[in-house]
Design a protein around this ligand. Structure first.
Ligand code: F6P
Length: 344
């Protein structure tokens, strides 16, 4: 007797990032070709799950999307377990349960960052089978060494810093580049190292303006005609200012050095994934299908070293992967004279 093929649903939630389509393709192709499963995709993240908006993902829909940025399914920042006055009498968790059963699902795959994993854990607590796949340019999901999207954002941030060097040199300026990362400093730290930043300011290391300015002055005294300051968007600044602008204003005021600010913004999230992100997203996706075939649920797929693992969603929920003072990159940067703005 042959058993009924498994039917799985996929959604992409939270901010988009390069590699989402590679992950959808990895799941879908493995699920269909290797395990004979049926696959559907929900439109606009958890919104599609609540409103039962979905599409069948057959093999033709999974071709030609590997290199495509964004997500073919769309995304949203919907938080179905957060009670909002605008929701009226709608009970979103109940709708999710009902739609999951109506659509005959055996498992739901939620691709996203921290918020998405938290919601996925809560869906698991409703008694539904769920798997998480970690993505975000911020690389701040706890339980995995790396998330896909990070390498692509890093490549864009690094190329941008490279370009700032020549113009900074020509004009003898301090160039401030503000990068994303939410409350984590991974993009700033890695792009700062890869792009040869002179000062790197991240939320995890408390900086003081005096130290930043002293460093800029010393560089000029040492006949280094320009400085590159990489600033993470999550550093603390006065309420009425933005990180890049605040640091630039302080440098101009206290040192007299001419400054310019570049806020990289959404360029870091758009476009085609790097080769590394394509591979990571494909591996995560394909492995998620494998995990479902083994009927292991309530977990997030993760990369530990070079091995794929699963981590219980209940452990991931509510935690953040942040840079620590003893991170090897922080140490190496310090050993090479890079400032984190905390020296004086
Ligand atoms: O989490 C990814 C991220 O790009 C963060 O780096 C940034 O703080 C945030 O999303 C921006 O969110 P939104 O897309 O809602 O503007």
């Amino acid at each position: 007797m042959t058993s009924k093929p498994k039917r799985i649903g996929i959604l992409t939630a939270g901010g988009d990032c390069p590699g989402l389509n590679a992950a959808i393709r990895g799941i879908g192709k493995t699920a269909i070709i290797e395990y004979g499963m049926e696959v559907i995709g929900f439109v606009s993240g958890y919104t599609g799950l609540i409103h039962k908006e979905c599409v069948e993902l057959e093999l033709d829909k999974l071709s030609g999307i590997l290199t495509l940025g964004g997500t073919i399914l769309g995304t949203s920042r919907e938080k179905p377990f957060k009670i909002s006055k605008n929701d009226g009498n709608i009970n979103k968790p109940e709708l999710i349960q009902q739609n999951y059963h109506d659509l005959g699902l055996d498992c739901l795959i939620c691709i996203g960052g921290n918020g998405t994993m938290k919601t996925a854990a809560k869906i698991g607590e409703l008694g539904l089978n769920v798997i998480g796949i970690p993505k975000t340019i911020d690389n701040d999901v706890w339980g995995t060494d790396i998330t896909f999207g990070f390498d692509s954002a890093l490549a864009i941030a690094t190329e941008s810093i490279d370009r700032l060097h020549t113009t900074a040199n020509s004009h003898q300026r301090a160039m401030i580049i503000e990068v994303m990362g939410h409350d984590a400093g991974w993009i700033a730290l890695y792009a700062g190292m890869a792009g040869g930043g002179d000062i790197i300011l991240i939320p995890e290391i408390e900086y003081n303006v005096r130290s930043v300015c002293k460093n800029i002055e010393e560089r000029f005294e040492q006949k280094k005609p320009y400085s590159i300051v990489v600033v993470a968007e999550g550093i603390k600044v006065p309420k009425d200012n933005t990180p890049g602008n605040y640091i630039a204003e302080c440098i101009t005021e206290y040192t007299g050095v001419e400054t310019r600010v570049t806020k990289l913004g959404y360029l870091q999230r758009g476009g085609s994934p790097t080769a590394s992100d394509r591979i990571l997203a494909t591996r995560f996706g394909s492995y998620a299908a494998e995990v479902i075939a083994k009927e292991e649920y309530g977990v997030m797929v993760a990369m530990h070293g070079s091995s794929l693992k699963t981590v219980p969603l209940s452990e991931v929920e509510g935690k953040l992967n942040l840079v620590t003072e003893d991170d090897p990159l922080v140490k190496k940067c310090r050993n090479m004279g890079v400032s984190f703005g905390d020296e004086y």
